[in-house]
Ligand binder design. Structure first.
Ligand code: GUN
Ligand code: FE
Length: 435
């Protein structure tokens, strides 16, 4: 088997810059040796060549571009590829007017198959190599998504949404069928190659207590499995949730009652949390996922990154397409920076790029395999071109530090700045001749 040696400017993180001074490794003329989808060695290009480690390897020179771990998107909706950019509503009306009717189309397996390929192609084009995705309510569409991810060799986490009320017929299951379909998908896909299943009660409003119990039963049967849902995104959503679950102390308590909290549990949004909810999320290790483009687009509110960190909550940052408006983690970091500005909080570019890579891997509990560039890690990588567009090239003339370059990518970059994406060592974009 031929090994691959990637040459370029390598940046990877081993700690959170918001917490630790020694947090990243940058190698100006670096190289990454890849064999069988796994990183074998990382170091200076000279060193790896001198040691003879890369003898016989096929070398790809990405200089002067940066090579980072592939981006990780811990909250995104696969059946919303044709919902993104829908005008004029906030969460509950947006779901009813645009999202549920669109997701109903995923009952058609052929449609789901076409969209699954398009969805993953968009992720990869934007430099995203792992996502934790909501599918539609349909078992077949979730199958289609897993098949497409498997064909691309991607480490994908996905779940069939469970939703048995407050939605039209074409996107409702039942407590029993939601449980049975999830079990069937787990048996077929969970742990198959790089694929994992996530238990996915959409949110409290669209599940009856019986269905929440079924989701809790799955969580008890598979204690290491991811759980994904939505929490405290929108004020009208919170009011309605508390009407539907009058015995719950607060929104989080709905999920807590059914055993759905913990370190493997990922809650999208977490904007309007009460003190008790913040304390319980920290105690249980439940993850908060910040979705800035979505929170701005749907007018949901401003995520309190510093406050949640100070309380001891681990956060991820995600696109939430199609409530979110870009597949790009770069654009997500851009809008995240602006949301935090409105809270008088500062997102440093090093912290931002850590968040989109290792930080999200930590949120997913997968930092031993993805999210950084180190021997033994899986070879999911993104190659970034800081001069990809004329406006970027112009600004780049005046940068002097790595942090300035990262910030330029964060604010001006999108898929055009992604020169290449490697999934398990395989290039996913057509190669562009260098020089
Ligand atoms: N809450 C429940 N479903 C959804 C969804 O699809 N998108 C967002 N942003 N919030 C939700
Ligand atoms: Fe969402």
């Amino acid at each position: 088997m031929t090994k691959t040696l990637l040459r370029g400017r390598i940046l990877t993180f081993h700690a959170d810059p918001a917490e630790t001074e020694d947090n990243h490794l940058y190698i100006e003329d670096g190289a990454i040796l890849i064999a069988d989808g796994v990183i074998e060695a990382v170091g200076s290009h000279d060193e790896l060549r001198r040691q003879g480690l890369a003898d016989g390897a096929r070398e790809i020179d990405h200089r002067p571009h940066l090579i980072l771990p592939g981006f990780i998107d811990p909250h995104i909706h696969f059946p919303q590829v044709q919902v993104i950019a829908s005008w004029g509503t906030q969460l509950l009306d947006w779901l009813n007017r645009y999202t549920f009717p669109e997701e109903a189309r995923y009952a058609d397996r052929d449609h789901a198959t076409r969209m699954a390929g398009a969805f993953l192609d968009q992720l990869v084009a934007h430099g995203t190599t792992t996502a934790c995705a909501f599918s539609s309510v349909h078992r077949g569409s979730t199958e289609a998504l897993f098949e497409a991810a498997d064909a691309r060799g991607m480490a994908l986490i996905a779940g069939k949404v469970m939703m048995d009320r407050n939605a039209p017929e074409g996107v409702r299951d039942t407590a029993q069928s939601g449980y049975d379909d999830s079990k069937a998908l787990i048996a077929r896909w969970h742990g198959n190659g790089r694929l994992r299943f996530a238990i996915t009660p959409r949110f409290a409003i669209t599940s009856t207590p019986e269905q929440m119990e079924a989701a809790g039963a799955l969580a008890a049967e598979y204690p290491a499995m991811h759980i994904q849902s939505h929490l405290s995104e929108n004020l009208a959503e919170i009011d309605y949730t508390l009407q539907l679950y009058p015995a719950a102390r607060d929104y989080l308590d709905v999920y807590e009652r059914y055993g759905l909290l913990g370190r493997q549990s990922l809650m999208g949004h977490c904007i309007h949390l009460r003190e008790r909810e913040i304390a319980r999320m920290a105690e249980t290790g439940t993850r908060a996922i910040f979705c800035p483009t979505s929170n701005l687009f749907l007018g949901s509110g401003l995520f309190d990154a510093d406050g949640l960190r100070a309380a001891g909550i681990v956060s991820g940052i995600a696109t939430d397409v199609g409530g979110g408006t870009s597949y790009s983690l770069l654009q997500t970091l851009n809008e995240g920076y602006k949301v935090l500005q409105l809270r008088s909080q500062k997102l440093h570019p090093l912290a931002a790029f850590h968040w989109a890579t290792r930080g999200n891997a930590v949120a997913l509990g997968m930092e031993d395999r993805i999210g950084s560039i180190r021997p033994g890690g899986e070879a999911d990588l993104v190659v970034l071109d800081s001069r990809a567009t004329p406006d970027m090239a112009l600004r780049a003339e005046r940068i002097e530090t790595l942090s300035e370059e990262l910030f330029l990518l964060q604010i001006l970059g999108d898929d055009r700045a992604v020169a290449q994406t490697y999934v398990a060592g395989q290039p996913m974009k057509p190669a562009v001749p260098v020089g």
